[in-house]
Design a protein around this ligand. Structure first.
Ligand code: SF4
Ligand code: SF4
Length: 91
């Protein structure tokens, strides 16, 4: 089964702050040469918007997202429960 939910970085918007890399506790990201990469999309928790909520420039969107979530700056944090139980990746 192919992965149906994972983050995609808009390189035009990304400022390479690496907040997303440091935020995700599921190992979806890796920093290489100071840039963020989604190296393990299969690790992303379905429904989680954690890194997208943290990205200061709204550069992260999600494959498979049919919700009305809007990436910040337009801060929308009411859809954030990925159900991973960790309590740290989704805020
Ligand atoms: S959406 Fe959540 S689980 Fe997926 S990469 Fe971002 S922080 Fe990690
Ligand atoms: S949080 Fe946003 S701006 Fe920062 S590295 Fe990740 S995608 Fe780029």
């Amino acid at each position: 089964m192919s992965k149906t939910w994972y983050p995609v970085i808009n390189k035009e918007k990304c400022t390479e702050c690496l907040i997303c890399v440091n935020h995700c506790k599921h190992g979806a990201y890796e920093e290489r040469d100071g840039k963020p990469y989604v190296i393990n999309p299969e690790n992303c928790v379905h429904g989680c918007h954690g890194c997208g909520n943290k990205c200061p420039v709204g550069a992260i969107e999600y494959v498979g997202d049919t919700t009305d979530w809007i990436p910040p700056n337009g801060k929308k944090d009411n859809i954030s429960d990925c159900g991973c139980g960790g309590g740290y990746c989704c805020g």
